[in-house]
Ligand binder design. Structure first.
Ligand code: CP
Length: 311
């Protein structure tokens, strides 16, 4: 199951050629978003349902904006105000929505594999907006697009990913995408938050952030999920900050400027200090801006569009 099959389920299933196609097409949509009138008729007549079973700010809003700027009809579903509360299953929910003649489903769900399940059961195009600790492919695509705004190529670049790798769909999608595009990836965090045998994905592991910083061009800093602070996986948020928090003092050990990224939401003073998050090297808000253009590119290409965007 891959991008060419009409779904975006994870970057594990997308080849380097298609990742390059999405990243290039994103540039065309970014130009459209810089115009005074940001709307094009590209997906007029298509209906996209945003099926969110988990909270989201960035992903849900940027998918909705992307759909509206492509002139698609966008419908938002939130499990907390739906018949899921009455016990309706995911499959019944999705089949009922499909019966209303929709074309695409964007889904965020706590269960890994939920988007793949829907892709097998429905005729609609399925886009994974985050499935449990599995993948978050559009996040990794917007991360790669943002890196390319600051570095000529991903090939040969060294990217550090730091934090709770074991529970992070952002990390897994970034690893698949970056490795396919030729980057060197170093994983860093407490050993309790790094999956065993992750090296099999072609990444290096280093448990000491002060050894990682001098090696990287880019640091992608993951959110420490506050709900895990009582799990025993690390002693305390203060200790996490002391050992792994990215601060100006730590970054001064870098041999070159490092591009600082974070998928959001940020825990200021835990995984990243406020002055780093707001520093001249931070591209965190550019990631959010690129999120709309990346999602426009994905919707457009899944609907059958070609690299040469015309409006
Ligand atoms: N980065 C990200 O997925 O953010 P949201 O959970 O707010 O969508």
């Amino acid at each position: 199951m891959d991008f060419k099959a009409g779904h975006l389920l994870g970057l594990e299933y997308v080849d380097a050629e298609d990742i390059g196609l999405i990243l290039n097409t994103t540039k065309s949509f970014r130009e459209i978003l810089e115009r005074p009138i940001k709307k094009v008729p590209t997906l007029q007549g298509m209906t996209v349902v945003n099926l969110f079973f988990e909270p989201s700010t960035r992903t849900r809003i940027s998918f909705e904006l992307a759909e509206k700027r492509l002139s698609a009809d966008a419908v938002n579903f939130s499990s907390s105000t739906s018949s899921v509360k009455k016990g309706e299953t995911l499959l019944d929910t999705a089949r009922n929505i499909e019966a209303m003649k929709i074309d695409m489903v964007v889904i965020r769900h706590s269960s890994p594999g939920a988007p793949m399940f829907l892709s097998r059961m429905l005729d609609a195009h399925i886009i994974n907006a985050g499935d449990g600790a599995h993948e978050h492919p559009t996040q990794a695509l917007l991360d790669m697009r943002t890196i390319l705004d600051h570095h000529a190529t991903l090939d040969g670049l060294t990217v550090g990913i730091i934090g709770d790798i074991a529970h992070s769909r952002v990390a897994l999608s970034n690893i698949h995408g970056l490795k396919k595009m030729g980057a060197r990836v170093i994983i860093c965090g407490p050993s309790t938050l790094i999956p065993v045998e992750i090296e099999k994905l072609g990444v290096e592991v280093n448990y000491n952030i002060d050894e990682v910083i001098p090696q990287v061009d880019v640091l992608n800093i993951l959110r420490i999920q506050l709900e895990r602070q009582d799990s025993g996986l690390f002693p305390s948020l203060r200790e996490y900050h002391n050992y792994f928090g990215i601060t100006r003092e730590r970054l001064e050990k870098a041999t070159k400027p490092i591009t600082i990224m974070h998928p959001g939401p940020i825990n200021r003073g835990v995984e990243i200090s406020s002055d780093v998050a707001d520093s001249e090297h931070s591209v965190i808000l550019s990631q959010v801006t690129n999120g709309v253009a990346v999602r426009m590119a994905v919707l457009y290409l899944l609907a059958g569009g070609s690299e040469n965007v015309s409006d």
